[in-house]
Structure formats: C-alpha cells, structure tokens
Design a protein around this ligand. Structure first.
Ligand SMILES: Nc1ncnc2c1ncn2[C@@H]1O[C@H](COP(=O)(O)OP(=O)(O)O)[C@@H](O)[C@H]1O
Ligand SMILES: [Mg+2]
Length: 171
C-alpha cells in the first residue's frame, strides 16, 4: 500500500515522518532530485517546478509498502492520503521560525485556511484522513499516523478539522 503524508508546507510532514520506523519513507523532494524531474524553476516563488505526471508514473512502478512524504504526494496515486493540518495562526509562527519570506508565508497560511491540500486530496485519492497537528509534538503526529495505518479512521475522518472560526476572526 502507498500512503501519502501531505499538507501545506510547514505543517510538519518531514518532522513527523522522521519519527516513523514501521514503514519505508520516500521523501518526494529527494525522489524528484534523484530522478531529475525538475522541469523548471519559478523564480518569483523560489520553488522548483516538477513534472508531476512523470513522477506519478515512476512512483506507480515502485513496489512494496511506502509512505510518500511531500506537499503534493497526494497527486502521486496513493491508496490513502493523510493530510496534516495546522491552525493558520500557528502555521504562520512555524514558517516565521523557518525564516520564510512574508509573501511565501502568506501564500501558505491562506492555502491552509481554505483547505487547499485537503480538497486536492479528496479530488485525487479514494481514502483520505486528516490530523490536526496544531497542539501536537512531531512524535505525537507520528503516533497518530501509525494509528491510522493500524486502522483507526473515525478520529481522523475528513471534516474533523475546521478553520472557519479562526478565518472569520480575521475580518
Ligand atoms: N508538531 C510540531 N509542533 C511544532 N513545531 C513543529 C511541528 N512539526 C514541525 N514543526 C516545526 O515547523 C517547521 C516545519 O516543519 P517541517 O517538518 O519541515 O514541515 P513540512 O515538512 O510539512 O514542510 C520546522 O521548523 C519544525 O521544526
Ligand atoms: Mg518537508
């Protein structure tokens, strides 16, 4: 089974997956570099452009169980997508700490506020769960991912996370 661990940049995908030992972890960013699938560079946004269809084909050929860790891993044909979520206000703090530019922080905080990763996951993957990491340590997020893999779904069903109150507070 292929499981995507996805979510807005800064939610803690890499930190949580670093603490998971029971499954092979494939970091999508590393795979992109290994396979040379960078198709361009967006100077304005300072991000790599990736040939996603080619990457999805390469992933389809990979055998065995694995966690695909990355912010577009839900586009790579997983059987299950686990979307990590983080309150926009806390995400802003995490990204500031990482030293990101105001523009990039705003872009990602807004994407989290309106559920971009979750909606994309629902549109592309038949089985989707979401974990609110706002008050969790990376080790707790890792345990939550493991409990989903062990079959716990109810607690993490789609719709258990809702930023609408927080977002309405912006106006
Ligand atoms: N659960 C957490 N609680 C608090 N801070 C976290 C948590 N997970 C990650 N961080 C911090 O937030 C930043 C982004 O984490 P990272 O794992 O790189 O996110 P992603 O891989 O989703 O972009 C890092 O500085 C990290 O130390
Ligand atoms: Mg990461």
């Amino acid at each position: 089974m292929k499981v995507a661990v996805t979510g807005t940049p800064g939610v803690g995908k890499t930190s949580a997956c670093a603490l998971i030992t029971r499954m092979r972890i494939v970091h999508v960013n590393d795979l992109v570099d290994e396979l040379g699938l960078v198709s361009g560079y967006d100077r304005a946004r300072r991000t790599k452009e990736v040939d996603v269809p080619k990457l999805a084909k390469a992933v389809a050929k990979m055998e065995g169980d694995m966690l695909l860790e990355g912010h577009f891993s839900h586009l790579l044909g997983p059987d299950l997508a686990i979307v990590l979520r983080c309150s926009p206000a806390v995400l802003e703090k995490r990204l500031k700490k990482k030293g990101w530019s105001d523009k990039k922080i705003r872009e990602n905080v807004e994407a989290e506020a309106v559920d971009v990763a979750l909606i994309e996951a629902i549109e592309n993957v038949s089985d989707v769960c979401e974990i609110d990491t706002t008050k969790m340590k990376p080790s707790q997020v890792a345990r939550a991912i493991e409990s989903i893999l062990a079959g716990e779904r109810q607690k993490y069903r789609v719709g258990n996370v809702d930023w609408s109150e927080e977002v309405l507070g912006w106006y």
